[in-house]
Write a protein that binds this ligand. Structure first.
Ligand code: NAI
Ligand code: MG
Length: 507
């Protein structure tokens, strides 16, 4: 018998019959007493459960617990011992993958197969960084005179992780896995819009052997629980993924204490389609960019810059490619699920309306299917978009694609780089020299050629310009989860120096 999985089942698997506790600290759930934040299923607008917010006291206890764990166990553990535990965490995530995917789908709305891929990626992050936990070291530096020097890569201490709602578990693991591998301990604050998978894995981490206090979780809204965590004097570093506005607010708070930040703040990523590109492959990439997680992805390429000789045909084909797609509850595994919240739904509708008001042509989509009550929108394609329209400047974070035409390569580069963002970019061309030249000319932390999206846990990602600071994924991330110490050693004991007034004394 083929039964649709239920939210209740997934919830009770991880949290029993109670509402999830608003904090997990020192290796155990803790009931919090702050106001309850409703957790909605965006496919039905039904409230799945409520999570009570962590208070100032809970946040202080979580940070104190992480600090204790840092000083008494985790920092001084051998890299190989940390690796063993991180591998066990990956295995624990894989063992619960299906239920975690179901929970993620009910909480965020994303189609089940995309949640399954996210959970697999979450495990991969722990496997990848488990593999490097015993290979984090500095270098030796030859001194010019009478010393030699070496560097050490040391953890910061307690690192705060503030995570978003679009891919909650995989983005949390993306930051936490390298952070723990390097010897830091963490306090995570998941988004109030989709906190469930993060709260669910806390206990799995403990069961896998992670010592108490090494990874604590606190639930709550950003300006309350989030700000308390960011401002806590014992938080030594901050990792944040979310909007530019919140990133700037966090950077400002961090500046007060001179604390570093890894910021991943989204994008308005361009795709350049040259006239010699493989047309069908480029059409597919343009369509899929807004289909994956309904376009709620920081690297979604939502400015399709297309050579004027093919722009009209290209726009029409992308519109055709998205118009046949199915829209429905993520748990039914349609092509597109709902947007993650009502706020997001309204924001996306307003963006489409502004594009039309500014003179773009809505070729298809942008409506809620009659038979669905959740925050659903059919994928929209707008053509005749100009790069100065609001729709081309602001991150929409929804299933909305814009087609902009260009006359030559220089104009394509100028349009691509004319953005406050610089997270990612796509290039479609069959000329290898053009591909490499464009890769160099584009202001983006990542450039993908002839397929989009590509890459996994191994490939560094991060922003140029307002898209962020630091890098996540790959070995590069370790640089941002460690601080460098230089140690200088005299080569020989210093020759006894004469004092100035000894100068006249006989040798
Ligand atoms: P947001 O940036 O406000 O929220 C992200 C996280 O930051 C959440 O955990 C939130 O509770 C926390 N937060 C908010 N204010 C805070 C504060 N003052 N101090 C500490 N933590 C704080 O994102 P929001 O409002 O949910 O989404 C708005 C827009 O942001 C989206 O439409 C999208 O354009 C962008 N976004 C980008 C993401 C990315 O992956 N780069 C992810 C989520 C949103
Ligand atoms: Mg939700």
């Amino acid at each position: 018998m083929n039964q649709t999985p239920s939210a209740c089942e997934a919830l009770s698997r991880f949290f029993g019959r109670e509402a999830p506790s608003g904090a997990y600290l020192d290796g155990a759930p803790r009931a919090t007493s702050g106001p309850g934040n409703p957790v909605e299923d965006p496919a039905t607008t039904r409230i799945l459960t409520e999570v009570a917010e962590a208070s100032a006291g809970d946040v202080a206890d979580a940070v104190a617990s992480a600090r204790r764990a840092f000083e008494t166990s985790w920092r001084d553990k051998r890299g190989s011992s940390r690796a063993t535990i991180l591998f066990a965490i990956a295995a624990a995530i894989r063992a619960e993958a299906e239920q975690l995917a179901i929970l993620e789908t009910f909480d965020t709305g994303k189609p089940l197969r995309q949640s399954r891929a996210d959970i697999a990626t979450s495990a991969r992050f722990f496997e990848f960084y488990a593999g490097v936990a015993d290979k984090i070291y500095g270098e030796t530096i030859p001194g010019e005179r009478n010393f030699w020097a070496y560097t050490l890569r040391e953890p910061y201490g307690v690192v705060a992780h503030i995570t978003p709602w679009n891919s909650p578990l995989s983005l949390m693991c993306r930051g936490v896995a390298p952070c723990l591998a390097a010897g830091n301990t963490v306090v995570v604050k998941p988004s109030e819009i989709a906190p469930l998978s993060t709260l669910a894995v806390a206990a799995l981490f403990s069961k896998a052997g992670l010592p108490a206090g090494v990874c604590n979780m606190v639930a709550g809204r950003g300006p309350t629980t989030g700000a308390l965590l960011v401002r806590h004097p014992d938080v030594a570093h901050i990792t944040f993924t979310g909007s530019v506005a919140t990133g700037k607010a966090i950077l400002t708070m961090a500046a007060e204490r001179v604390v570093g930040c890894n910021l991943e703040l989204g994008g308005k990523s361009p795709t350049i389609v040259m006239p010699d590109a493989d047309f069908d492959v480029a059409v597919q990439a343009g369509a899929m960019a807004v289909v994956r997680n309904s376009g709620q992805s920081c690297t979604a390429t939502t400015r399709l810059l297309v050579h004027e000789s093919i722009a009209e045909r290209y726009g029409a084909e992308v519109a055709r490619a998205v118009s046949g797609l199915s829209v429905g509850p993520g748990i039914d595994d349609k092509d597109l699920g709902p947007l993650a919240s009502r706020v997001q739904y309204e924001k996306v509708r307003a963006a489409i309306a502004s594009g039309v008001a500014d003179g773009a042509t809505l070729m298809v989509g942008g409506v809620r299917p009659d038979d669905l009550d959740g925050h659903f929108l059919t994928p929209a394609v707008l053509t005749g978009v100009r790069n100065d329209m609001r729709i081309a400047r602001e991150e929409i974070f929804g299933p909305v694609q814009s087609v902009i035409s260009f006359a030559d390569e220089d104009e394509a580069v100028a349009l691509a780089n004319d953005s406050t963002y610089g997270l990612s970019a796509g290039v479609f061309t069959n000329n290898i020299a053009t591909a490499h030249r464009l890769a160099r000319r584009l202001q983006a932390g990542q450039v993908q050629i002839n397929q989009y999206p590509m890459g996994g846990v191994e490939t560094p990602t991060g922003g140029y310009k307002e898209s962020g600071l630091g890098r996540e994924r790959g070995l590069a991330a370790l640089e941002y989860y460690t601080q460098l110490k230089a140690v200088l050693v005299a080569e020989a004991p210093p020759a006894r120096r004469r004092r100035p007034d000894d100068r006249s004394a006989p040798a």
